[in-house]
Ligand binder design. Structure first.
Ligand code: AKG
Length: 294
């Protein structure tokens, strides 16, 4: 085996609100809905040329996959550039530069006329539609969203590949303690099973997204993404309503973030190296123990 084990996502054309709640929301099961956006103006209009025509002079922060080092406690942009010029790059060449959490209401409110919040039983938080952009070949580190929202993620312009993992798979993903992502040195497309054997036990769901496809990602689902083409997506979010998930959300945001930032401030890169090494040792010991006695 050279790849992470996956099964293909369930793809459906469309679905009623009642069926979505029963079959996907309540069991927290991901699904790809192909026709959800066919009646959105965005389905016809949204491509890189269109977004570029609205870009004006805005300057945007761009990120690559360099890890957050030492005493930094939030990701620092690799570059700042005119959105117009960035889209030129996306249209013409591969790049690992990505833009994330582009707040549509603040940065390009005119786009809100082009989509709607689907009537599938999720209570969407309408103040935070956000967009993500990536170049051909760019990769998004495996992570889950700290706010534990249920997400509807729609892709435009070209294809991208998403691998999902249920929250209970965190134990097999080399999750970095006190963060919501896995180890930055792992290439999920070509994992090194010698170094990271537990990845062989991970079970993911594989999703190819085409223009207009809408992916339902339940709360806490991990996602790892590779852009096959330069393109962009929009994510609509519904915040958790269950008490247990709300408690987890506050734990993530208040306890985990504060603690991590404090440790980085005090110990810098030493803290990061220490906790990562301990985590890898712990997981690998578990793997070797299970496989010795088998
Ligand atoms: O598509 C991307 O570039 C990232 C999407 C993502 O991480 C999200 O919607 O939470």
């Amino acid at each position: 085996m050279t790849h992470i084990k996956t099964t293909p996502i369930t793809r459906i054309k469309s679905i009623s609100k009642e069926d979505f709640i029963e079959q996907y929301y309540k069991p927290q099961k991901p699904v790809l809905i192909e026709d959800l956006t066919k009646d959105w103006p965005a389905y016809e209009k949204w491509n890189l040329d269109y977004i570029q025509s609205l870009a004006g002079d805005q300057i945007v922060p761009l990120y690559n996959n360099e890890p957050t080092k030492g005493r930094q406690n939030s990701v620092v942009p690799a570059k700042k550039m005119k959105l117009y010029d960035y889209i030129d790059i996306l249209k013409t060449q591969p790049t690992d530069l990505r833009m994330f959490f582009f707040n549509v209401l603040q940065k390009m409110p005119v786009l809100t006329k082009d989509f709607n919040y689907p009537d599938i039983g999720l209570k969407f938080f309408k103040k935070l539609p956000v967009m993500f952009f990536g170049g051909k070949g760019s990769k998004v580190l495996a992570h889950y969203d700290m706010d534990l929202a249920d997400l509807v993620h729609v892709h435009f312009h070209g294809n991208k590949h998403v691998t999902l993992f249920a929250p209970d798979q965190a134990k097999n993903l080399y999750k970095v303690p006190f963060t919501v992502h896995n180890l930055e040195t792992i290439d999920m497309d070509e994992p090194d099973f010698e170094k990271y054997p537990v990845l062989q036990e991970a079970e993911g769901i594989s999703v190819t997204m085409k223009h207009g496809d809408a992916l339902y990602m339940p709360s806490g689902y991990w996602h790892y993404i590779t852009y096959d083409d330069g393109g962009f997506s929009i994510t609509l979010r519904a915040f958790p309503r269950k008490l247990a998930r709300l408690a987890e959300l506050f734990k993530n945001i208040i306890f985990m973030r504060t603690f991590e930032n404090m440790m980085r401030r005090i110990f810098g890169q030493g803290w990061v190296d220490y906790k990562e090494e301990k985590m890898v040792q712990r997981l690998n010991r578990r793997y070797h123990k299970q496989h010795q006695s088998a």
